[in-house]
Design a protein. Structure first.
Length: 568
């Protein structure tokens, strides 16, 4: 079925967002297997107490107030501990004086210190997403932050400070677009990180209607903000890194600017077609999601529909928000999870190889939760049993629901799936601890081991509230290893690399990603659960340069640095 026919069919819904009131699939009998991971929100005691500004508290009159922001877990000072970066948004009314992004330095004792002012990282504005990478190859991680307005590029000087260089580097934008997704990537294998940016839609307060002013401004009869349908589409940009601190806009030459007619959110760069060159996937709201295949000649072709990752398994458009990348079934290929709007399942695209995917969300057992507006999501082996689990955060976009009686609520719990290792994922949210069960209207989520205790934690953005820091209190004896890559011929952050870890005949594959989840940045280090194994038998790294390199067995329970060219 053509996308034109689908657009006509789904636009019959009397609302501005794609949904199809999908029923919940029956739950199968629980496996009964213990799951040792449990999450506790320790944000307040860790010092993350400042609320994130995100539109009005009791109502959102415009769509720009509803989508929230991303978060990042990055080691900006190279001390071995993950620091926390919170993107701040704004409101239509005059915002408080203390708005702006926040950077918290990890003190290594479970506490964080606000170093925003000292680091020069507190830019104000209508922030949206964040992605990280060492674009100048100086050994320190830089941050790119997207805005409704001009973007921000924070160059890490290596002295505990950032220098804002977006305009000088040529990536600030014209100040009019509502930028959302971004990802660093080395699309041409020259060893320098390029930058891909997408926008959600064109938004103008002067021309956008108020709640209830049209068919795209209602939700089940309730007046709500207008859109995204009925508002002008977003677009994409690709910037090529010249190697002198500046970027060249190659959006037209690379052909990414040819793709139109989408509302773009999260952007993820990884080799999804298996040819050794990094591709770009964009989760799109109420329009087909996009897969830009790298043509290996400086250009891209958009193949989302033919690859099977543009629609649901039944060919429906979906309200796509966030993206997780991981090999959930252990077949050596990277799969995708895309989170969607309420009344729909999240989508699990199983990678069949050669750039072809199939939606197996029902078969995998994830069709039991179509009730929530889902945002941040990540594959991570939370119980270290050597199978990647999945956690998604949720929250409706209409705070007006809090004043109504009904099943739909603005604040929702999180959902935790454990991987059974059989191609199925089991909902274990009820056993996931108070951090999973707590109800918030959440958006961005970043995954990483902030306390370096050998299990994966989660930093979550909550609308109009302080963030959640979900500490994983793992109670199993399973082993783990953490791998940090350092490129030499490749970009120094090794973004775009894939790592295969082999233990007792079981192979796990992960990719080093810039952005994923929902407009967020996960730890650039890769965490592998090893189950009962105390060491890794072999590691193979597929570097962004195109080289493959094998490293000998390594003992577990540690972070290892693998430098390009030091293996065999």
């Amino acid at each position: 079925m053509s996308s034109a026919i689908l657009l006509g069919a789904t636009c019959l819904w009397p609302q501005g967002v794609s949904t199809r009131n999908a029923p919940a699939e029956p739950r199968t009998k629980p496996s009964g297997r213990p799951f040792g991971a449990s999450f506790t929100d320790v944000a307040a005691e860790a010092g993350l107490r400042r609320r994130v500004l995100a539109g009005g508290k009791h109502t959102h009159r415009y769509i720009v107030e509803a989508n929230g922001t991303g978060v990042a877990l990055v080691d900006f000072d190279n001390d071995g501990y993950l620091d926390a970066f919170m993107v701040d948004s704004s409101r239509i009314e005059p915002p408080p004086a203390d708005t702006g992004n926040r950077l918290y330095r990890n003190l290594g004792n479970g506490k964080f210190a606000d170093v925003t002012a000292a680091a020069g990282a507190g830019q104000r504005g209508w922030g949206n997403g964040v992605c990280a990478g060492d674009f100048d190859n100086n050994g320190f991680t830089d941050l790119f932050v997207t805005y409704w307005g001009r973007n921000v590029l924070l160059r890490n000087t290596g002295a505990g400070k950032f220098e804002e260089v977006a305009a000088k580097a040529g990536v600030a934008g014209d100040g009019n677009a509502w930028h959302t997704g971004c990802t660093f990537l080395d699309y041409d294998r020259d060893g320098r990180l390029d930058l891909f940016v997408t926008s959600y839609l064109e938004f103008d307060l002067k021309t956008t209607g108020l709640p209830g002013s049209g068919a795209n401004c209602l939700w089940k009869g309730m007046p709500v903000f207008c859109g995204p349908r009925g508002l002008p589409y977003g677009r994409a940009w690709l910037y090529h890194n010249r190697g002198d601190g500046t970027f060249e806009d190659v959006s037209v030459r690379s052909r990414v600017a040819e793709t139109i007619g989408f509302y773009g959110f999260t952007a993820v760069a990884a080799d999804l077609t298996g040819d050794g060159w990094v591709d770009i996937y964009v989760a799109s709201d109420s329009t087909p999601s996009l897969l830009f295949r790298n043509n290996r000649d400086g250009t891209f072709s958009e193949i989302g529909a033919e690859a099977g990752v543009a629609f649901s398994e039944h060919g429906h458009e979906q309200g796509g928000m966030g993206v997780a990348v991981g090999d959930y079934d252990g077949d050596g290929r990277l799969d995708l999870v895309k989170t969607n709007f309420a009344g729909d399942h999240s989508t699990l695209y199983r990678n069949l190889g050669k750039g072809i995917f199939e939606d197996v969300v029902i078969r995998a057992g994830m069709g039991v939760n179509p009730f929530f507006v889902a945002w941040g999501v990540g594959f991570a082996d939370f119980d270290n049993d050597n199978w990647p689990d999945l956690l998604q955060v949720n929250g409706h976009v209409y705070p007006e629901l809090e004043a109504k009686q009904g099943a739909e609520r603005y604040r929702n719990p999180r959902i935790l799936y454990r991987n059974l290792g059989t191609g199925r994922l089991e909902d274990v949210s009820a056993a996931g601890g108070t951090g999973v069960l707590a109800e918030h209207s959440s958006r961005g989520a970043a995954f990483g081991d902030f306390d370096n205790d050998g299990d994966v934690d989660v930093l979550v953005m909550n609308m109009g509230e302080p963030p959640s820091l979900l500490r994983n209190d793992l109670k199993t004896g399973s082993h783990w290893i953490r791998i940090r890559l350092e490129g030499v011929k490749s970009n120094r952050s090794a973004i775009g690399a894939q790592v295969v870890v082999e233990t007792d005949g079981r192979k796990q594959r992960q990719a080093v990603l810039s952005q994923s989840s929902f407009l967020s940045q996960n730890d650039l280090r890769l965490h592998f659960g090893l189950g009962p194994a105390e060491r890794v038998d072999a590691v193979v790294v597929y570097w962004p340069s195109g080289a493959a390199e094998q490293f000998a067995g390594i003992g577990g329970g540690q972070t290892v640095v693998l430098k390009e060219g030091s293996g065999k």
